[in-house]
Design a binder for this molecule. Structure first.
Ligand code: C2E
Ligand code: MG
Ligand code: MG
Ligand code: MG
Length: 281
């Protein structure tokens, strides 16, 4: 026991560890004020069908930190989830995305587009999540059938009965659901088929390896086949090359998202592209 305590004592004064702990504390501190300071914004990444026809976009949060510059989501979303700050942040994302959807309505270049929003487990599990969505839709006037929620496999299968109940209630309002990062979790096929999904989203790790790793190309084909047998859409994320797009299309995937088409961009950049495209067709 003395030996263990000694090791811990040494660790406690480890300067590297100390630095990491205080860096995290500083980030957490900044994260607490980021929302009220207006430091978050959404970027939008276009989603296209065959022939590069725009079908929608995914809203992706960005944190414009006054000293650190743009902080990527992987640096603060896990922290926001641990601290519970994801609840107000997630609500802000929904409000901002729905306000954007409302602005797209009534314009032929944008009114057909769907907007996908990422939802964290903690956010989805709130007892009043359904009420929050309903309020946001009412406040913004966004069409519910243009809003798509992206859930991960682990979220969806963590408490599958609660998930299905919530999804069905939200679908009754008109919302759509996509299963994000699909293929990376350990989902049981039987549970998966119970989920009332509209779309599977093939994780970018498989898409990246299409021409490199034969097993990943097979996984991609399997996921496309699963979506087809379930009668739902399938979209590939992280499409970077024309060869990847061609492989996906050849195997029946008709929806794409990735740097090949566009990076996530500020709303003005996306809208300029959409208007220019609408004017040219
Ligand atoms: P995700 O939902 O799977 O989003 C896709 C990520 O892949 C985005 O990273 C996007 O910028 C990136 N990406 C898109 N196309 C390509 C490509 O062709 N190549 C490569 N290498 N990357 C590509 P981002 O924006 O850094 O977001 C990372 C993750 O953070 C998201 O993964 C999502 O899980 C989370 N996230 C982002 N915004 C939100 C949000 O508003 N709420 C919640 N809860 N999570 C969010
Ligand atoms: Mg996503
Ligand atoms: Mg994803
Ligand atoms: Mg991902």
């Amino acid at each position: 026991a003395a030996k263990t305590a000694g090791r811990n004592a040494i660790r406690f004064f480890d300067p590297m560890m100390q630095a990491a702990v205080s860096a995290r504390a500083a980030l957490e501190n900044d994260l607490r004020t980021a929302l009220s300071a207006g430091q978050f914004l959404l970027h939008y990444q276009i989603q296209v069908g065959c022939g590069v026809r725009p079908v929608g976009a995914e809203a992706l949060i960005r944190w414009q930190h006054p000293e650190r510059g743009m902080v990527p989501p992987y640096e603060f979303i896990p922290l926001a989830e641990e601290t519970g700050l994801i609840l107000p942040i997630g609500l802000w994302v929904l409000q901002t995305a729905c306000a954007q959807l409302r602005r797209w309505q009534g314009n032929p270049a944008t009114e057909q587009l769907q907007l996908s929003v990422n939802v964290s487990a903690r956010q989805f599990r709130q007892p009043d999540f359904m009420e929050q969505i309903r309020t946001v839709l009412l406040q913004t006037g966004a069409r519910p059938d243009r809003l798509k929620l992206e859930l991960t496999e682990s979220l969806a299968l963590d408490n599958v009965d609660d998930t299905i109940t919530k999804m069905n209630a939200l679908r009754a309002l008109g919302l759509r659901f996509s299963l994000d990062d699909f293929g990376t979790g350990q989902s049981s096929l039987s549970y998966l088929t119970r989920l009332p999904l509209d779309q599977l989203k093939i994780d970018q790790s498989f898409v990246r390896n299409i021409g490199i790793q034969h097993t990943d190309a097979l996984i991609v084909q399997t996921i496309i086949g699963m979506a087809q047998s379930l009668g739902i859409d399938v979209i590939a994320e992280g499409v970077e090359t024309d060869a990847q797009r061609a492989f996906l299309e050849k195997h029946g995937c008709t929806l794409f998202q990735g740097y090949l088409f566009s990076r996530p961009v500020p709303i003005g950049v996306l809208e300029q592209y959409l208007q220019a495209r609408a004017a040219s067709v």
